[in-house]
Design a binder for this molecule. Structure first.
Ligand code: COA
Length: 195
């Protein structure tokens, strides 16, 4: 057997395949459509959400949503950008696992009307469970602004560990903000019934 066949590719060079449809007891997570633009713009017109996201501008409008959706729906990215929908296919949020500089990064947001009911814990747990089945050797990186205890709690429950703190630029706040860096190591995902 040649060395080329024996050599395993680095896990970060492998991609997880097309974005799946993931179902949970209360939610369906599916690939995005251009038709999601209005719902995304409506949710992200809320500064309570955009202030917690590093790369999303505020104010945010339908054209911003389309600028994001065009590449995301093109089928040309290795990333998963899943629409979080309720039983009526209403778009209520996003869970993304995307490749940035060779590392997989988790990001998410939820329409404020749905907060504090465990929806995002349920959604992120299900996506990471599916991702880890396809990419069992890959770490997943993430992070939260230091003033975002809900998101930090969500990640800690799932097994993420803090790795450091850096100042990063927030587009929505238009200033530097302390950002806690986190990572979920391969095999560290914890899914409890409550998640
Ligand atoms: C962060 C966010 C996704 C959480 O969604 P959610 O569906 O409300 O989260 P959950 O209901 O699953 O709650 C997650 C945990 O945070 C806790 N929590 C929720 N709001 C909280 C708050 N304001 N302060 C402290 N803890 C909080 C919950 O109690 C829960 O912990 P528990 O299971 O131990 O009780 C949502 O608030 C959001 O979209 N925020 C704006 C965007 C954002 O922050 N995205 C993430 C960027 S890193």
């Amino acid at each position: 057997m040649s060395a080329a066949i024996l050599q395993r590719p680095k896990s970060e060079q492998v991609t997880p395949g097309p974005a799946p449809v993931v179902t949970t007891p209360r939610l369906t997570l599916r690939p995005h459509r251009l038709a999601d633009a209005n719902a995304i713009a409506e949710s992200l017109s809320d500064f309570a959400i955009t202030r917690m996201l590093s790369r999303v501008p505020a104010p945010y409008d339908r054209q911003d949503a389309l600028d994001w959706l065009v590449p995301v729906t093109s089928g040309s990215l290795p990333d998963w950008h899943l629409a979080v929908t309720d039983g009526d296919d209403t778009h209520i949020g996003v869970v993304s696992v995307e490749l940035r500089h060779g590392r997989w990064h988790l990001g998410y947001w939820l329409n404020r009307y749905y907060w504090r009911r465990g929806f995002m814990s349920e959604a992120v747990a299900a996506v990471l469970e599916r991702f880890s089945r396809r990419m069992p050797e890959s770490a997943v990186h993430s992070g939260v602004f230091a003033d975002n205890p809900a998101s930090l709690r969500l990640q800690e429950k799932l097994g993420f560990r803090m790795t450091g703190c850096v100042e990063i630029y927030s587009f929505a706040r238009n200033t530097m903000v302390s950002h806690v860096e986190t990572v979920l190591q391969p095999g560290a995902l914890q899914i409890t019934k409550a998640a």
